[in-house]
Ligand binder design. Sequence first.
Ligand SMILES: Cc1ncc(COP(=O)(O)O)c(C=O)c1O
Length: 385
Amino acid sequence: MTFDFDTVIDRRGTDSQKWQKYAGRDILPLWVADMDFKSSPAIISALQERVAQGVFGYARPVKSTVDAFVNALEQRYGWSVDPSWLIWLPGLVVGLNIVAQAFAQPGEEVITLTPIYPPFMSAPKNSVRASVQVPLRLDATQHRWEIDWVALERAVTPKTKIFLLCNPHNPVARVWRRDELTGLGEFCVRHNLVLCSDEIHCDLILEDLPHIPTALLGGDIAGRTITLMAPSKTYNVPGLGTSIAIIPDPTLRAQFIRATAGVVAEVTSLGFTACEAAYRDSEAWRQALLKTLRSNRDLLVDYVTRELPGVVIEAPIEATYLAWLNVSALKLADPIAHFEKHGVGLSDGAFFGSPRGEHVRINFGCPRATLTEALSRMKRALTAG
Ligand SMILES: Cc1ncc(COP(=O)(O)O)c(C=O)c1O
């Protein structure tokens, strides 16, 4: 079966956040992390069938939805998850915020590695917990973003309660290796931290590398791990708000559930429908998507290297459809405004904790024609000065 990742779908004038940002302006939006592809045909037809039934009451997941998710974890990662460990959430960022509230008191600290998806830093602050940020280190000879273990140890205080991990890591697109994950797990055990592992990008690995669920590491690590997953990035259904927290430990699970009470909305029936079709019926589509993303990634890397002097991809893009570009050599006071002026909307690296003007993030989850046009606009932006 073939799938269409080439047709440019007109999202202007729709409810798309990504496209509304530049409504009425000729700017290609390659910022927020959703893709300009349709979801899988299996998801679309499951939704159509669900809509045709026509009743949209309060929803609960049925067994087939839970089975679809649990079976995917077993098949892909060899992870046997008990359905009682699952807590359904209307968004993964909700989960990050609940973790901060449930496992730290006001004034206590939540550590993360930067640059990082901004809610990792804002979630603690939303509930007056402190965000402690430990920068990743770029090993320029290995071309790898590495954990700075010395800085990490130094950052811990008696007030530190939680470690927020992004596995794989947005925005540097690293797939963490077993030794690194084990090191982080042992770090959390040593300092008695709850380990929250956001694995929303785990089904979008572009290199021949395994995704290792953090909770599968041995010893005492699983018992302190809260894993957050979702079909939203991989199957392009983030607007349907469906995420899952996996919490094997009953005490942590009860604490987490208590923090959701009265403030976290239910997942919708359309969200459950899409989730089931995603995990059970969309594997061929996902494989075709990965092929498209690999090809877009290669095009991007090649074009940046050959045609965009001063723009540097510092390390391989191992996962996600997001690339982290160092633009500091361009010496632009405001790189985002500059590229917007030339018709491309990127994400500002400063929001991810990178020094102002140093990095931008580009979303290459779009038809090749869109990416090609965006790259040639970026080239014009460089020559226009
Ligand atoms: C690492 C990470 N976590 C969470 C999210 C967003 O999750 P949600 O839309 O379910 O809140 C994103 C979106 O880009 C992300 O990259």
